[in-house]
Design a protein around this ligand. Structure first.
Ligand code: UGA
Length: 424
């Protein structure tokens, strides 16, 4: 089939590259000329493991354009994969979605618009209405939400737990299902509103688990239990399962914070106060700031100290810093009068006032009063902690991801603390 993908961000590029890999002809369209130019040159504008190879492999079946007409030319399917960031009110900003819908030209054959962007429940209904108003009744509409996580997006797309397809017309749903031929996964066929809600509810469930384990961690700290053991013990219960039970300094990223606000707002706009989700969001905000309390406890005062932040990306294997807990930490530390030295193997801190980015972990630690492990980059597991301890002014180490072995770090001389694990 021939597919037009609108949006060359994380979601659009992964969708386009994976469909090309499945044998479809794909045109990716974006409004940013620089982005399209670099893609044409074979450069990948984002860091996503496996995407490079996939784009290379699909070269013959993939084209990039800024032109709507060129993207739509001969297309059977139009994927919408544009950003839906939050507005001031917390609602999702759908202006990029509307731009795509309003730009769609009238064609003399049936095309199906497929929504990949995360949108509030009811968006499909509104798009249908808008298309009908423009007398484009022969344009179909399907919701096909994405469940890909950054860093594992290609694998998640090609080996998903499920494919969700919500359609107004059965035939359109079948077309989108056929598009996924070659992917072995259960397909959930639903109405459009339910498909939209599945996406929001899945993310809300994952965030709830994270805030839950973070609160358990905080109670562990107060009572002398170890959250890593507790997570292992509860995760083996088949009804609970082990995923998303890693306590830490809170969730970030381009999806969870935005989607939680959007769902909270969606409920509020419909007259419902989503109490649990409000608590999940608040727990997460507080969790990001708890590290400041831990540092103050160890250093007495933060003014005049140098703190090394190890990691800037919101999680490993991505260069995405959106809503990263590191940004909140850096901002709070600078406001308290500390200097911040930051290391990340991929993400950059351009434009972060008061933050000095360094090239190695040892450079970050040398002369620092404290270090905070913010992102669990694999290289931190292998770092030569023994050699670095004595280079610090004060060897205070807060492991915000419970990545390192507490006993070993303490043996090496660090004043080591983590999240939800009994302090030394
Ligand atoms: C998330 C979902 O996992 C995807 O299924 C979804 O498609 C995507 O959002 C989206 O809506 O587009 P992503 O934000 O890329 O994917 O990353 P995750 O791996 O889910 O991590 C999110 C945040 O939660 C990170 O900051 C991570 O450090 C944190 N986290 C995750 C924890 O603190 N503890 C955990 O146990 C798991």
């Amino acid at each position: 089939m021939k597919i037009a993908v609108f949006g060359a961000g994380y979601v659009g590029l992964v969708t386009g590259a994976c469909f090309a890999d499945l044998g479809h002809d794909v045109v990716v369209r974006d409004i940013l000329p620089d982005r399209i130019e670099s893609l044409r040159r074979g450069e990948v504008p984002i860091y996503e493991p496996g995407l490079d190879e996939l784009l290379q492999r699909g070269r013959e079946r993939l084209t990039f354009t800024t032109e709507v007409a060129q993207a739509i030319d001969g297309a059977d399917i139009v994927y919408v994969a544009v950003g839906t960031p939050p507005t001031y009110s917390g609602d999702a900003d759908l202006s990029a979605v509307w731009m795509v819908i309003d730009e769609l030209p009238r064609v003399d054959r049936r095309i199906v618009v497929v929504m990949k962007s995360t949108v509030p429940v009811g968006t499909g209904e509104k798009v249908r209405h808008r298309l009908d108003e423009r007398r484009m009744t022969d344009v179909g509409y399907v919701s096909n939400p994405e469940f890909t996580a950054e860093g594992t997006a290609v694998r998640d797309f090609l080996h998903p737990d499920r494919i969700v397809i919500g359609a107004f017309e059965d035939a359109d749903g079948e077309l989108v299902e056929r598009l996924h031929a070659g992917i072995d996964a259960p397909v959930v066929r639903a109405d459009v509103a339910s498909a939209e809600m599945i996406k929001l509810a899945a993310n809300a469930a994952l965030m709830t688990r994270i805030s839950f384990i973070n609160e358990i961690a905080n109670v562990c700290e107060a009572t002398g239990a170890d959250v890593v053991k507790v997570a292992e013990g509860i995760g083996l219960d088949r009804r609970i399962g082990p995923s998303f039970l890693r306590a830490g300094i809170g969730f970030g990223g381009s999806c969870f914070p935005k989607d939680s606000l959007a769902l909270k707002q969606l409920a509020a706009n419909s007259g419902y106060h989503f109490q649990l989700l409000n608590a999940v969001i608040e727990v997460n905000e507080l969790q990001k700031r708890r590290v400041i309390g831990k540092l103050t406890e160890r250093l007495d005062r933060l003014r005049g100290t140098t703190v090394a932040l190890l990691g800037l990306a919101f999680k490993p294997d991505t260069d995405d810093t959106r809503e990263s807990p590191a940004l909140v930490l850096a901002g709070r530390l600078i406001a308290e009068g500390a200097s911040v030295r930051l290391w990340d193997p991929v993400a950059t801190a351009d434009g972060l006032p008061g933050v000095t980015q360094v090239k190695s972990v040892s450079e970050a630690l040398a002369g620092a009063d404290a270090a905070v492990l913010v992102t669990e980059w694999p290289e931190l597991r292998e770092a030569d902690w023994a050699a670095m301890c004595s280079t610090m002014r004060r060897p205070v180490f807060i492991d915000g991801r419970n990545m390192l072995d507490p006993a070993e770090m303490r043996r090496l001389g660090y004043v080591y603390d983590a999240i939800g694990r009994a302090a030394s």
